[in-house]
Design a protein around this ligand. Sequence first.
Ligand code: ADQ
Length: 510
Amino acid sequence: MARKGERRLVIVSNRLPVVMEHNDTGWFVRPSSGGLVTALAPVLRDRGGIWIGWPGTSSEIDLTEPLAIGTRTAGYSLKPVSLTPQEVQNFYFGFANEVIWPLFHDLQGSCNFDPDYWATYQEVNFKYAEVTAETAGKGDYIWVHDYHLMCLGRALRQLGVNSLIGFFLHIPFPPLDIFLKLPWRFQILRALLEFDLIGLQTLRDYRNFLQCIRAVIKDVRVQLNGRIATIRFGERGLRVGAFPISIDYKAFAREAVSEEVTERSRHIHEELPKRHIVLGVDRLDYTKGIPHKLDAFRRLLTQHPELREQITLVQVVVPSRETIPKYQDLKMEIERMVGEINGLFTVWGWAPIIYIFRSLDRDELIAYYRASEIALVTPLKDGMNLVSKEFCASSVEEECVLILSEFAGAAAQLQNGALLVNPYDTELVADAIHRAFSMNRVDRKYRMHKLRKKIRENDVFHWVDSFLKAAIGRDLHEFPPLEDYLPQVELDAVSYRGETAAQDFLQGAS
Ligand code: ADQ
């Protein structure tokens, strides 16, 4: 419970920032990867608070205790919401991943508008609301994240919660003609109006959202005031704004020059002597445009044979949603294309593509960022894309080039230094790789310097500050610092085998 007068940050998201696994000897906790964790872990690590979410297992066992042990020195606590396998199926795999994810990424043809998914989505949002209502104190600020929980504000109001509640959408908000395809378009927008502040990634999403509100909800009044709009609807008033998410810039820049990363990055280049590394790092997802990227790389090698043996694409794919057939098909498609391109162009001592299909540890990831001359970030559509920002922050020599899709939210902020491309135009992408390869050092430095400055001035703490300022007129400094906030959990350390991993992650990961 909150102490009197304290305002805590209560984060609610679909998943807790850990993956829990069980075997004969006990529970194991490991960090989960993904943009939301990357953005919020450093904030909570420094400020304390509570994170509510599904622990990623459908087990009936109460996970409160292992989670408490795992986070006892982390500066914040985790509160699990348990879901049945059926709920996970219809809510997470169904409504979130087969309806909202493709629709909001403009891929309406991939949607499965099953009414059972919608029914479970509302029930599960209510479940999250019950745990949140039990956990949050009166003065706490509740900050709900992402498309899995768009009805949570409404459910909390139904449970009598009057606290201020904010919502941030990490994925794009689609244009009106696409949003209108959603059979529950009215219910979703109506539910969103129960939040006090709605944050979107970019001005493009902000405009789309307001256009949908005006078209679908009757008797709504929208007043524009710069980058923040006020919506009046009956008795209610709420605000909407664009808050581009970012990264812990200083942490990436610092870690990039650490001994460990420097050594690893040197080793990567030793293995690929005198070659330019073109790096792709993407979660396995059809929105990330990986086959288009591979096609562009094949085109480059065909049109510019002089680049063969001088350039290597290192494509890292992070496993994700692998039980979904569409994702399994995508993995097979990627592997087929990598095999085909390598089969066509490989000569003794050089293969054009190095393909890595696993989650990298943080040092390894930053070492790849630092070792690469070119980053190829070409999603078909992306809310923001943190990889593009992490690459720039880690490029401490400022000699690298970022090629970025114009359909990534990050393009709005990074357009002045990056080479922007339409990822569907594989000829253009091939040309951009060629241009990046041939760019002189002065140009590369000039561009990368601008990019890094932009990201440094707009880091993840700036993102939280801007959201909280708009939400409650206060900034991050007004939340209690970590020293006053260590949770008191006295438990037998050896009873919980995953403790070290969890603590390391929660203290150190971002
Ligand atoms: P994601 O779709 O997951 O996030 P992204 O923003 O690129 O996409 O974030 C991926 C995160 O995973 C990065 O922080 C990266 O460090 C981490 N990661 C990538 N490869 C990894 C690897 N091999 N091993 C370990 N970690 C790895 C969603 C939206 C995005 C939005 C974010 C944040 O889809 O558009 O930018 O949320 O709002």
